[in-house]
Design a protein. Structure first.
Length: 262
């Protein structure tokens, strides 16, 4: 199987990201192709860093060169390909799938992707707080409120908080300020990473805090899973849920790399 054939079969182009867990599970149901190359590396050419398999530039499902402007991202992509052993497992290639999506989809739909990120902030997870139990309320205030305040200071706007599922309409000025921040995300690759961070955390606020260095990746992950971790502390976690979370974390780490280095 050639590089092009593999990517046409297992790539996931498009501006809208599928659920990463579902994508990985679907990929695992497909017969895995044998590794068809001896070496994965990086070639610098025409101002871009190309992922090369046996010296040939790999291509996306739309037959674009698998090439990015960041050496760090290209090296991580090549490492992902190199880590495939006898079989190529797309479930373990979240970065390749996400870069394919950036190059084949996001690049031509940047305004739509930016608009979706802004729309997400209108019903951001960090704006909806529990009314009980007291321990969860306190934990949300301890972890989420500094992130919200930090982003408010960054954008010069204020988010309206709500308790429970009652909808809280955000001020137009705040959404406009979020729009200006999202416009600062520089490249389609970084934008694809931003979109996936938002999707996986349920929060544009967390995304903006991470993108602007207010929190690191681990703090973003913990903030996004605060409610889930509280439930685990009460009820425990089953093996299937733990596996799904591990898949999401791999997807998240790939997205953070694109957001911060893309």
């Amino acid at each position: 199987m050639s590089t092009d054939d593999f990517l046409a079969r297992f790539g996931s182009p498009g501006a809208s990201q599928p659920d990463p867990v579902a994508a990985a599970q679907q990929a695992m149901r497909n017969p895995l192709p044998a590794r068809f190359y001896k070496e994965a590396g990086v070639l610098e050419r025409d101002g871009l860093f190309h992922v090369a398999l046996d010296g040939r530039t790999a291509r996306t499902p739309a037959r674009k060169p698998l090439a990015v402007g960041s050496r760090a991202v290209a090296q991580a992509l090549a490492a992902e390909w190199e880590q495939q052993i006898e079989r190529i497992d797309p479930a373990r290639m979240p970065l390749t799938r996400l870069v394919n999506s950036a190059l084949d989809g996001v690049e031509d739909q940047q305004e739509a992707v930016r608009a979706e990120i802004v729309r997400y902030s209108a019903s951001d997870a960090l704006c909806y707080r529990a009314g009980e139990p007291e321990a969860l309320v306190a934990r949300q205030d301890e972890v989420w409120q500094p992130i919200v305040k930090g982003v408010e200071a960054l954008i010069g706007g204020r988010f309206i908080l709500a308790e429970g599922v009652v909808f809280a309409e955000q001020p137009a000025e705040t959404l406009a300020a979020v729009t200006r921040q999202v416009e600062n995300i520089p490249t389609p690759v970084a934008l694809a990473g931003a979109h996936n961070v938002m999707t996986l955390t349920g929060s544009t606020i967390v995304l903006l805090a991470l993108a602007n260095g207010l929190i690191d990746a681990e703090a973003a992950w913990q903030a996004a899973h605060l409610d889930e971790d509280y439930q685990i502390s009460v009820w425990g976690q089953d093996e299937e849920a733990a596996e799904r979370r591990a898949i999401r974390r791999r997807e998240f780490d790939a997205a953070v790399l694109l957001l911060t280095k893309g």
